[in-house]
Ligand binder design. Structure first.
Ligand code: ATP
Ligand code: MG
Length: 187
């Protein structure tokens, strides 16, 4: 029983890889931000993501904590989220201490690919609006995510698994993620 956090920079393929890996298994798949907005709506604090972003920081923190507590109660669950968020003021932790310690993940999965591959995926995927980062910026963002994942691990005792999701090698990526999912059924 437990929580797996899946991270990776936007467009790397984390939703694609982990949804496929969890197919046919009794594991819930949720997006942290979606659970958060549902809670905000229930409390009457915000009706959509934009309104939520504009809430006072204190309220946003409270919402993050409530979300982590809710997810931690879901049983076997994969939480899709971002390790860090790139802002004009610098990288912001996606799972600050008061969130990661409530989530208590068993494993943090980082989905990675070559920066060039990510760059091209972002260009091709017209269903989403993602940052127009350069290849160097994508490489830097991946480095930062490795560093912060180990910091999250130090706070919680989680393991960190790096899954390489190269072009047209989705099955290989899914295979790398399998032991992590199996780990949910071990004590
Ligand atoms: P976000 O953080 O923005 O939600 P994400 O990491 O969840 O992004 P996906 O939406 O899963 O990324 O994938 C981004 C794009 O890359 C999609 O168009 C997807 O089909 C494609 N993609 C994912 N994995 C591979 C792969 N191994 N080879 C080629 N294309 C891939
Ligand atoms: Mg996604």
């Amino acid at each position: 029983m437990g929580v797996i956090v899946v991270t990776g920079i936007p467009g790397v393929g984390k939703t694609t890889v982990m949804q496929k890996a969890a197919e046919g298994m009794d594991i819930k798949f949720v997006t942290f931000g979606t659970v958060m907005i549902e809670i905000a709506k229930k409390l009457g604090w915000a009706n959509d993501r934009d309104e939520m972003r504009k809430l006072p920081i204190e309220k946003q923190r409270e919402l993050q904590i409530k979300t982590a507590e809710e997810v931690a109660k879901m049983g076997n669950v994969i939480v899709d989220t971002h390790c860090t968020i790139k802002t004009p003021q610098g990288y912001m932790p996606g799972l600050p201490e008061w969130v990661i310690t409530k989530l208590k993940p068993k494993t943090i999965v980082i989905v990675e690919a070559d920066p060039e591959e990510i760059y091209n995926r972002r260009q091709k995927d017209k269903t989403r609006k993602r940052d127009p980062d350069s290849i160097e910026e994508i490489a830097e963002h991946q480095q930062i995510n490795r560093a912060i994942a180990m910091a999250y691990a130090a706070l919680t005792g989680a393991t960190v698994k790096i899954v390489q999701n190269h072009d047209n090698a989705l099955d290989e990526a899914v295979k790398q993620a399998e032991p992590v999912l199996k780990g949910l059924y071990e004590e």
